[in-house]
Design a protein around this ligand. Structure first.
Ligand code: G3P
Length: 250
């Protein structure tokens, strides 16, 4: 039985405040200490709150950043780098979230550039992949995801221990529609096969599912053999529900 990191990460997106950060992280920190299922809890707030969250997390919860630029420093007003994220206490960086791809036009090539910088900084890249509804309905979901995995991870250069893949079908994000546990498992198994073909230690790479994960569907998803955790949006803003999700690991 291969031991993979079990991770539940809360992506706050552009939500939250100093007040929420104080209350939610305080609660999650206390409850995370009593989890006995080996789950690593990660909070990914808007970058401006990272220092607050790192301070409030007190090491009991890991912290991530939602995006970094494709440079480490320089005249790029408004951008932050993976080196800065590391310097501020982050362990994780989300790369290629579908909102970045769809709203900000991020391509697989850009994702690959960012992943290379993130892993070179010694942080873990949570690389997001997932098909649209149209792609699922036309039967191309697996090939779309395969291509995102192959291209997005093309510049990892052996630093596989710094890579986590999050499968987030676009049609399930913030819609209340979740992939069935069986469909999510099938896609995760296919991603693991692709990773193997790429020469990665696929059995050691954690694969997270994201897309309308809630307290009432987490248990079924997390029971699947290739689902190693979740990337949670809306439900990560409600402290009790977020912690309930963390408890649903077998
Ligand atoms: O990154 C998390 C995500 O996109 C899923 O969001 O609100 O459907 O859980 P949500």
């Amino acid at each position: 039985m291969v031991m993979r990191r079990k991770i539940v990460a809360g992506n706050w997106k552009m939500n939250g405040s100093k007040d929420l950060s104080e209350k939610l992280v305080g609660y999650v920190r206390t409850e995370a200490g009593s989890l006995d299922n080996g789950v690593e809890v990660v909070i990914i707030p808007p970058a401006i709150y990272i220092r607050d969250v790192v301070g409030q997390a007190g090491g009991a919860v890991s912290v991530g950043v939602q995006n970094v630029g494709q440079w480490q420093s320089g005249a790029y007003t408004g951008e932050i780098s993976s080196e800065m994220a590391k310097d501020s206490g982050c362990d994780y960086v989300l790369v290629g979230h579908s909102e970045r791809r769809q709203i900000f036009g991020e391509t697989d090539e850009l994702v690959a550039e960012k992943v290379a910088l993130v892993v070179a900084s010694g942080l873990t890249a949570i690389v997001c992949v997932g098909e649209t509804l149209e792609e699922r309905e036309s039967g191309s979901a697996e090939s779309v995801v395969e291509s995102q995995v192959r291209q997005g991870l093309s510049a990892v250069s052996g630093a596989w221990k710094n890579v986590v893949v999050a499968y987030e079908p676009v049609w399930a994000i913030g819609t209340g529609k979740t992939a069935t546990a069986e469909d999510a498992q099938a896609m995760h198994a296919s991603i693991r096969t692709v990773l193997k073909e790429m020469g990665a230690p696929a059995e050691e790479i954690s694969l997270l599912y994201g897309g309308s994960v809630k307290a009432d569907n987490a248990a079924a998803l997390f029971a699947e053999p290739d689902i190693d955790g979740g990337l949670i949006g809306g439900a990560s803003l409600v402290a009790e529900e977020f912690i309930s999700i963390c408890r649903y690991f077998p």
